[in-house]
Design a protein around this ligand. Sequence first.
Ligand SMILES: [Zn+2]
Length: 593
Amino acid sequence: MILTLLATLTVAGPAQDTIVFQQGVSYTIEARLDEQAQMLRGRARLHYTNNAAVPLDTLWFHQHLNAFRPNSAWAMRELEYGQRRFQDLGPAEHAFERFSSVEIDGRAVTPVYPGAPDSTVVAIPLAGSLTPGASVTVTMDWSARPSTLPRRQGRAGRHYDFAQWYPRIAVYETGGWQTQPLLPQGEFYGEFGTYDVTLEIADDQVIGATGVAISGNPGWQPAPGTAEPLVMSDFYAGTAPQPLGFLTGPVAPGRRRVHWRAEDVHHFAWSADPSFILESGQTPRLGNGGGSIAVHVLYRPADQDWAGGVALNRSIAALDWLQRLFGPYPWPQLTNLRRIESGGTEFPMMMMNGSPSEGLIVHEMAHQYLHGILANNEWRDGWLDEGFTDFVTNWYHEDQGRADVWAAGMESVRGLERRALTYPIARPGADFPDPAIYSAMTYRKTGLIFRMLRDLVGEPAMREILRAYYAQNRMQHVDEADLRRAVNQVTGENYDWFFQQWFHTTDTLDYAVGGAHLQQMADGRWLTRVDVLRLGQAWMPVRVQVGDQVRTLSSRDRRQTLEVITRSRPAEAVIDPDEVLIDLDISNNRVRL
Ligand SMILES: [Zn+2]
């Protein structure tokens, strides 16, 4: 009894990993895009295996497209911020995703929307309980449409950005079903699985998608003077689509079907535009697996800033750099395509980007690792992908020789701290009071915290940490415990205090020079005594520079006195000379001697 109790307590500890199994997910989808009706209709069959230790009586899905319409939780939240965007979309403009039939193992069931009028979270009750190890097959007929006002999906003319377009099974983990209405702050979380997707489209459409084109013609037209694409159709050799009976019979004139497949991905996204042209290249996969990764860039002829290899070369350079940082890119292909909306959104094996800017490409490419391969829950732990990605992106820019990449973020975070507008970072994105603070905490402050960690453990150890985090968790769900474990294992020290302080509190750090005294010694050298005060609640080891000498203070004492001997007369003493620390007030960090 005592043993059992102890075991329970151990598992419940806050730093314990909650992710110990993953559900089995396999999707087969057949869908037809009817541009006249501005509508996609499809049938999806999900084969779902319960790998949890407890039985399930309900399957939960997300229908995220229903966020982009009036009265959704998203639209309501925007009203709180004084924004009228999706709330005002008309019947022909808003997005939707609705079932026409749902069957479980051949038996019709009625979906339940407990959050109505929001319909982004839907429950499908099971007839009996799905016991550990058992499987169930769900067949869903549905129709869907992106919104004319784009947000991580959209449609404009004949261009369609289809993301979150099918009923997407929610993640079930030790903490239970991970469902949440889609809200402006915080994104997605998905189960890894296999996707077998057949799309029927107008014959002149050009498609870019998660996955590789197994058969049929995706419509890729090489841009003038560019190479024929590397088509990875044999990467998943031996897999044939299991017909669902939705796309049956011969293809109608003016139409065409393309069959796609992806494995070990937690989402399948695609875009179509008849004017897309393709630039393609390839790059070696690092590591023992070897082989090549096909890199495809799709843009419209009018997007001249993408052309001439600009977007393609940036994509390949970012992918190569990230492979060296984390480890081999596991999938056969990467597609970077021009979406309707500005900015960018990451999906496994693809990114939808609004521009070919290097910063955007590196950011979304970094998400291939930090979310695609290392799949965190974006609405619960936004910092673990956005802030981590911000850090990695800035590191890339540093490697390109840019030194000023941190200054702007540091200044804005300090400004928020001085006005006491900070919040603990490790909290659901939707719990931040507004988009600006969400973004400052989740992206910028977190990026600066990762930079402090790199400075603290040293760059070689930081590289080792990222490789360990990748190697231990690739193709799995991750949370803070996984990252902490990698940090502690690689360094051989316990950095839990660092995570606790920086991600779970709003404690601020403020080192200050309390006083300094300089005297020349009998041998002609100079002795400097500096009083260093720790004024804030937070603590970090801190470097102090006196003349050409640098010392690190590692005590938590509120007042420390440092003695430094220099050959020549030092001009000043400076705390944290590289400005790595998120130090609330740097005006008290230096003193003239
Ligand atoms: Zn991002």
